[in-house]
Design a binder for this molecule. Structure first.
Ligand code: KIV
Length: 259
């Protein structure tokens, strides 16, 4: 089994599409590890697992616990730790937190949300030996709304500038979230590092989705998510049948009983 490295991810640009998904637990990570180049321990776990209103409430300690479990269950994929809100407000804080995260979780890289305003922070982390994945377009930690980005001239110009700034900062790749197709295509063509899209068209160098959305567990199904399963329904059917069996004294069956 060949471990995916940052070098291999970078080499995939314009060649092989990069497969990425999120994982917060060991069981999910074990499955993803067989098929994904990158597993992201996303701060989306705040909303998806903990029912928080925004990702801004997520604490670094919570992320560390989940990342440890994911990394331990992963042999092949590159595991990226999503730095929570306010943990990278300046370069010194960012480095202090990233160093702690990598030491405790053994993750391969960290992800930071933002454009030109965080380029210097990324540059510093990279100089200090911390691999960074960027994230531009819709930024869940700071965006005032969850609308598609890049429709206006002003937004396009800003996001394109962000893409160049992050690419030049030494990041090994950039997630582009919820931007119009033409802009994602232009960014992917213009920068030298791989782009990974979420709601950003097939023209990116790779794709990422929140696994719980993709398998129908979170109940969140925006236009850009293809649902490959309906695990909510399967779970409900299983629980319904179990409850029926227990009430009718059909479970445990003979084979479930110790003699
Ligand atoms: O937190 C997360 O899961 C993410 C992905 C949506 C890219 O940032």
């Amino acid at each position: 089994m060949q471990k995916i490295t940052i070098r291999k991810i970078k080499k995939k640009k314009n060649k092989t599409p990069i497969v990425c998904l999120t994982a917060y637990t060991r069981n999910t990570a074990k499955v993803l590890d067989k098929y994904c180049d990158i597993i992201l321990v996303g701060d989306s776990l705040g909303m998806v697992l903990y029912g928080m209103k925004t990702t801004r409430e997520v604490k670094i300690e919570t992320m560390i616990l989940h990342a440890k479990a994911v990394k331990k269950a992963t042999k092949r994929s590159l595991v990226v730790f999503d730095m929570p809100y306010k943990t990278y407000r300046n370069k010194f804080l960012a480095y202090k937190n990233a160093k702690k995260v990598i030491k405790l979780t053994k993750c391969d890289a960290v992800k930071l949300e933002g454009g030109t305003q965080i380029a210097k922070i990324i540059k510093y982390l990279v100089k200090k030996g911390v691999p960074v994945l960027g994230h531009i377009g819709l930024l869940p930690q700071t965006s005032s709304n969850f609308k598609v980005k890049g429709k206006s001239f002003h937004q396009r110009k800003k996001i394109l500038k962000d893409a160049f700034a992050i690419s030049n900062s030494g990041a090994f790749g950039i997630i582009i979230e919820c931007v119009v197709e033409s802009l994602a295509k232009k960014i992917t063509k213009s920068i030298s590092i791989p782009t990974i899209g979420i709601g950003a068209s097939k023209f990116c160098d790779g794709q990422i989705l929140v696994t719980e959305d993709m398998v129908g567990l979170s109940g969140f199904s925006p236009k850009f998510v293809k649902q490959y399963a309906n695990l909510n329904k399967s779970l409900e059917n299983s629980v319904k049948n179990y409850a029926k069996d227990v009430k009718m004294k059909r479970f445990p069956f003979t084979k479930n009983v110790y003699k």
